[in-house]
Design a binder for this molecule. Structure first.
Ligand code: HEC
Length: 118
């Protein structure tokens, strides 16, 4: 009986770990999307304004974009996606969004990383 319970626990843990690996965002793929004009419809990419992630500090818990506040990085991404790239917002659960969030979160605050030319 005890062995069965242990086995069941291990199976549940294995499934959770597997799901974590499968559904977690991939920052490298996120970076590719960040540089991909197909994300929007006006020929721009995220890096047209945020070259090498410029102006983004992914370690923050609140993102501010032209007077708006977002607690969820996915909302900040969708805001820029709609306004700046004229793209369709991404579903939060989508792989693309998870990848973009992973990339955004990997961006650290730099010294004077202001956005220029936008
Ligand atoms: C037309 C220029 C432009 C483009 C293109 C653009 N952004 Fe932005 N983005 C901005 C501006 C301006 C801000 C506000 C920065 C500030 O106030 O310092 C901002 C802010 C952000 C922030 C919040 C940064 C922070 O640390 O608070 C995120 C996240 C972000 N953008 C993600 C993206 C993503 C992802 C894309 C591509 C889908 C994108 N942006 C495309 C101009 C742009």
């Amino acid at each position: 009986m005890k062995r069965k319970a242990l086995l069941r626990t291990l199976t549940v843990l294995a499934v959770i770990v597997f799901a974590g690996i499968t559904f977690a965002g991939n920052a490298d793929n996120g970076k590719s999307l960040f540089n991909n004009p197909a994300l929007g419809s006006n020929g721009r990419t995220c890096s047209s304004c945020h070259r090498d992630g410029k102006g983004i500090n992914g370690t923050k818990s609140v993102f501010r974009i032209i007077g708006r506040e977002f607690n969820d990085p996915a909302d900040a991404i969708n805001f820029c996606l709609k306004i700046a790239l004229k793209g369709n917002p991404l579903q939060k659960e989508s792989q693309e969004m998870q990848d973009l969030v992973a990339y955004i979160k990997s961006l650290k605050p730099g010294k004077k990383k202001r956005i220029i030319g936008c």
